[in-house]
Design a protein around this ligand. Sequence first.
Ligand code: FAD
Length: 265
Amino acid sequence: MKIVVCAKQVPDTNEVKIDPVKGTLIRDGVPSILNPDDANALEAALKIKDDYAGTDVTVVSMGPPQATIMLKECIAMGADNAVLLSSRAFGGADTCATSTTIAAGIKKVGDVDIIFAGRQAIDGDTAQVGPQVAQRLGLPFVTYVQNVRELNEKERKVVVERQLEDGFEVIEVGLPCVLTAVKELNTPRYMQVGRILYACDEADIKVWNEQDLTLDPADCGLNASPTKVMRSFTPPPKGKGEMLTGTVTEMANSVVGKLHEKHLI
Ligand SMILES: Cc1cc2nc3c(=O)[nH]c(=O)nc-3n(C[C@H](O)[C@H](O)[C@H](O)COP(=O)(O)OP(=O)(O)OC[C@H]3O[C@@H](n4cnc5c(N)ncnc54)[C@H](O)[C@@H]3O)c2cc1C
């Protein structure tokens, strides 16, 4: 089996603030982490590697050179290979251009059976990249995967549970396919000491640019990004809540009165 995991290095959003004047993210001094859903995607791939001898797991990321640190963490968790898609031409990419580049990277890896991605990245938060990559590669996809029930390499199919708001659906999909992971899928493993040393000293992180991917710069980055961000802002804090007092009936009447006042009922 050949598996690719799409992984994005993201700022730890617990630490991110928005510049109130420019409306842009203040990234300075903010630690970068492996996008949490992507850690679940990687764990799913590594679990298959544990169960199916000969499985090869390659992590692919598009980002700046510092994303190699995150890729080394993926190797330390157990991935076999890591590729960074990095070039000035890829800068300013929206999801449309991001997925074009990632799909080209996956094509270059070649003969992939399963592509795992996270459901969404905690910074961009669009949840578009996984399905877009599938569309660009002409592959079927299942989003919100919360369990991989069965993988049948011979019959070239995988059976997964797709999370719904109030349950799940069971979907069988043919290989090759794209699956996007939610956090309920698994608990990502820790990095192993031996693998950390290997990742730091020996692992070869490949770096591919638009020439390596035979992509026209016009199809990459800002040049190929139709999305325009008009404004980013922090929503104003909600007003203070009001505590009601009195008997249950008085409080219930008060709630009904307030809902009437606001024309909500
Ligand atoms: C006009 C515009 C300009 C932008 N310029 C920049 C910029 O200069 N620099 C910048 O960092 N961002 C930029 N962004 C944000 C960038 O478009 C998104 O971060 C990116 O397209 C991914 O979208 P997302 O974060 O919503 O991912 P989602 O769709 O929420 O991610 C879903 C999954 O797709 C995979 N994935 C997503 N992104 C990557 C990636 N890069 N590599 C590997 N796998 C990935 C992961 O598995 C992830 O869990 C820009 C956005 C716009 C609209």
